[in-house]
Design a protein. Structure first.
Length: 132
């Protein structure tokens, strides 16, 4: 599940299906303006377990709690992604995708990670520590 541009979600979905993954945009199952907590609940209800976002859910205690309680794995794109052109953004996200999916499979549900805007060959995915 992603709240990135719908066209990007569709493009990644076409590629990710090779590895048995499905990528859907949040607008495919909730309407614009849906609160994040309701979005998380609906995602889990639909069997979605990974969320890629530019929102900083880790800063809001209620959202952090919901992510942990529901077992959603969240990848937050770090500052700097918004400066990339749409083509560079898509290419960079595709570079990171295999590492993100591998990490999602190896870690416990309810985890949050930050994806740097660096290239995957020179950057590192970092766990987001609890702010409590």
């Amino acid at each position: 599940m992603t709240n990135l541009p719908p066209a990007l979600a569709r493009a990644i979905d076409s590629i990710a299906r090779v590895d048995g993954h499905e990528v859907v945009h949040v607008r495919d199952f909730v309407s614009k303006g849906t609160k994040d907590l309701a979005l998380f609940d609906e995602a889990i209800r639909r069997g979605i377990s990974v969320h890629v976002t530019q929102d900083h859910h880790h800063r809001r205690p209620a959202e952090r709690e919901a992510i942990a309680r529901l077992g959603l794995t969240v990848f937050v794109l770090a500052k700097g992604w918004h400066t990339l052109s749409p083509y560079d953004f898509a290419a960079r996200l595709l570079e990171w995708w295999p590492k993100m999916m591998q990490l999602a499979e190896l870690t416990s549900a309810g985890s949050l990670f930050k994806i740097p805007h660096l290239r995957a060959s020179s950057g590192r995915i970092s766990p987001i520590k609890s702010t409590r």
